[in-house]
Design a protein around this ligand. Sequence first.
Ligand code: HEC
Ligand code: HEC
Length: 610
Amino acid sequence: MSNSPLRILNSLLMAIGLLVSFEPSSVLAQESDTAAQAGQILKRYCFRCHSGDGDDSGYAFDVRQVASLAEQDVIRPGDAKESTLYRLLSSGKMPPRNQPQLPKPSADEAEIVRQWIDAGAPEIPKPKRRDFVGLQETLTSIQKHFSSLAPEDRSNVRYFTLTNLWNDSEIDDAHLRNTRAALSKVLNSLSWSPAIVLPQIVDSKGIVLAIDISRLGWTQEHWQSLLDAYPYGLDYGSHPNTELNRINGDINKLDRKNKLLHLRADWFISTAVKPLLYHKLLYELVLPDLINRPVDPTSPSNPKNMTDRDLEKFLKVNVSANQFADPPRVLRAGFVKSGISGQNRMIEMHRLGSGRIYWKSYDFLASNREAILAEFPLGPSNPANDFNQLAFKHDGGEIIFTLPNGLQGYLLATGAGARLDAGPIEIVGDSLRTSGNQTIVNGLSCIACHRTGMVEPPRDEIREFASVFGDAKRQIEKLYAPHDVMRDEIDKINKAFTQKLEESMAEFLRYDGGPKPDFAYMPEPVAEVSRRFLLEDMNIETVACELDESKPEDLLVLLKRTQELRGLGINVLSRENGAIKRDAWESKSGPTLMQETARVLGFTPVVSRN
Ligand code: HEC
Ligand code: HEC
């Protein structure tokens, strides 16, 4: 295929950057503060394309390395006005203008960069190391909260922890805030409850959060599905730390059913909104038809053979009745070149009532004749369709709908309606690899791009330019909306969606000195957390944090001394800059590499996978 669709796609995918912890009030703070803030701004808006040799820009500078900025002459320390970097940033020319979805630095942020360069561009400080929090402290927070609950509430309360992130010196406070916000967004994106339900911070550092899963409409089976997939489950029953033993015993006395009451937030955020878990948690454990349908063993990725009709029935939206009513109860836009696939595309809005919506896209892969929308604008064919001779034939579709709590749910389907896990890679790819690779998967990838709700589509070309006449032309005018009507509709939907984003995340983004979030510009937190979790190589420090080891040095010594650890294949971590991949760490066939490593340190793996 030609590379232009991918180009366009790449640009769209730049929509999501690193969140910045920056307070305009501290603009005049000390130099190192300004440097830290400037560092975060450059990291947030520029790093994805300017990370040194071999990056997307073709330039050799790395915005994390001040020396490289000076060497490549993109900054003149002491003189912002003469610095290309500042000039491009402050004039809005970088990030590139042809990538409108990309978050841009605000005037305040540009000002911080100016001050930093004018002050001689001092070295950007590394984030400070926080006081180490051991597993014992985390478990104590859980135990305290859990034992304070009424016994009847205990069966529904579960915990998410950020301890490993807290302990990692490479994780800044903004990322911790992002993680709490993303946790709330993911929980609520997997909920059919009418209201947003906020997880509750139950410790003093904001790294243990509790949620009553019944308020999300979850059952014990929802939790069990998570446990079945969890690669980090550990038990402390035979751990040499007797205090850990005791607290663990106390918790177990209060709850005998669950092997694990807490999960890591970073894993949950990155995994629960991707297939298979996303489909199981949102659909298969909830829609009565799917609950009752037997499992099809020949269809492992869609074991209940779910289709878009299953969802439509559950949401009580009758797509063909809406399409073929007179006048039709849909709003359409069709265009030759979609912003995402570079192909012909038609999008269609239905209403679910109470301001909730159901959007469907009609996507065309090949250029078979009926895929030319301008010639066949009046599909899909249907006995109730008076214009079947002008009906397009689509190859797939994407669906976005409003959940009862105002957030969004997603579905990908074939032309025949069968649910899919991922978009066809030859048509669409995600250069930011939000899902862990380039595949666009249902759930996570949609959340990342549709960060502010509906994306304003290209201008409709069917209403004006379709090559049909008479009754067909009049039918088109009823179905395909003028661009301003479409835009107003999308504005309204997105305003309501933004309010719900705010309700589910603002409190966590402002927590602990965080700036007031601006959802129009902000990078998407779930995508941020996922990319960091899935893509960044794990060094000895990350691994130590995930094993409750306060000192990476100690783990290194242990690694050198312990035959058993070396045998597990994590030896590479003892090399300078040695790193392992998340995939390997979570590798599954029985206990994971993480669990095997933890076993050597005195933990017992909890493997409930079936
Ligand atoms: C989407 C990718 C992307 C992002 C994000 C991005 N840039 Fe660029 N940048 C490019 C590309 C591509 C070039 C080279 C082509 C060009 O000059 O347009 C470039 C070139 C540059 C140059 C060199 C220009 C010259 O003439 O020497 C500077 C300086 C620069 N960018 C600064 C920034 C800053 C500052 C940010 C963040 C505020 C940023 N860029 C964000 C893609 C990006
Ligand atoms: C790479 C970014 C990107 C990803 C990933 C993405 N979309 Fe979109 N989506 C768009 C753009 C851009 C549009 C606007 C119409 C167009 O240009 O095709 C859009 C439009 C839509 C529409 C029509 C309503 C609207 O917002 O205009 C639906 C429905 C939709 N997408 C569903 C999905 C689903 C479901 C997923 C996940 C499987 C998904 N999208 C993933 C970029 C994306």
